[in-house]
Design a protein around this ligand. Structure first.
Ligand code: RIB
Length: 310
């Protein structure tokens, strides 16, 4: 049997506490909810689960606490065969949590995330994770842990020849010195607008933002555009990949993570950038049809069946 391609993910795990309601309460108001569910989340962990379910030798680099939410993390990774040799158990800090509002009307979400122990992930922690990064085909990180830690990870992955992906989520102010470390930068519309200062609502605007990110030093940009799909721009040219049709959107939370985990695995398999974007779009389209984040990540059989239909 061929070895699975290795994908190293630097990021956070948090427990997602998801509330369904018709709308968000205003300040000082209490409203009745339409449902609640807790489950595994955190962009890095969601991406590692997405990559693992799609077929990667997926490796997680993070910090969690020795508590109930930390146990949820370990159970989740064990269930999906994620390599946890670079997961540090923090003796003094708790595992983080996210408040997630999911609209019963649209399935769209709004999130407050507290990174907990992972907020103290350091460049030294990344250096200690060198064994899981060194032979990875792809390295991916986000911005839920400190940016200097993300940069240390990108640098180390570059040193070892991995393809580097920065999923710059959530949108935070960032120094442009990070972009030359990225083979791919994968913001959504809001993040692309925040990174470039440009409006990103149309395909043409997304292309202008992608060009701006490449001018800052990234080799390629993939702007994810929700139900419109994703725009790839870079070394291989420009391509708009339409989203897969979805009969009923249940919950969009984690769709970006599904895309990024799938995109990372596809590049690790040696798929072309265009095919990798299509593969990521398939994961995103499947994930929004189920509630939750990590629990909504599709299997490889589901992904292949959807791709075969197009
Ligand atoms: O991208 C979705 C994720 O963002 C959620 O799982 C939540 O934990 C936040 O990190």
């Amino acid at each position: 049997m061929m070895a699975k391609p290795a994908v190293a993910v630097l990021g956070i795990f948090v427990a997602d506490l998801a509330f369904k309601a018709k709308r968000l309460p205003v300040m000082g108001e209490t409203i009745l909810g339409d449902g609640f569910k807790d489950g595994p989340g955190g962009k890095g962990s969601n991406q590692v689960v997405a990559a693992a379910r799609a077929g990667a030798d997926a490796r997680m680099i993070t910090r969690i606490g020795r508590d109930t939410f930390g146990a949820m993390a370990q159970k989740t990774w064990a269930a999906h065969g994620v390599n946890t040799s670079a997961v540090i158990l923090d003796d003094s800090l708790p595992t983080g949590a996210a408040f997630i509002f999911v609209s019963t009307e649209t399935g769209n979400n709004a999130i407050i995330v507290e990174s907990g122990a992972a907020a103290s992930l350091s460049p030294a922690d990344v250096a200690a994770a060198e064994p899981v990064i060194a032979d990875a085909k792809v390295f991916i990180t986000q911005f839920e842990q400190p940016i200097e830690t993300a940069m240390a990870g990108l640098r180390l992955a570059r040193k070892h020849g991995a393809i580097t992906i920065l999923n710059p989520a959530p949108a935070v102010p960032v120094d442009d010195t990070i972009f030359p470390l990225c083979d791919y930068v994968t913001p959504n519309e809001t993040e692309a607008a925040s990174l470039t200062g440009l409006p990103v609502e149309t395909e043409a605007q997304a292309l202008a933002a992608a060009r701006a990110l490449i001018a800052k030093g990234a080799k390629n940009a993939v702007i994810t555009l929700g139900e419109k799909g994703a725009l790839l721009h870079g070394e291989a040219g420009t391509l708009m990949v339409p989203a897969f049709p979805v009969a009923k959107v249940v919950d969009t939370t984690g769709a970006g993570d599904a895309f990024n985990g799938g995109f990372a695995l596809a590049l690790a398999e040696g798929q072309s950038p265009a095919d990798a974007v299509r593969f990521g779009c398939a994961l995103a389209g499947l994930s929004v049809q189920k509630p939750g984040t990590a629990p909504a990540m599709p299997t490889r059989a589901e992904i292949d069946a959807l791709l075969a239909k197009r």
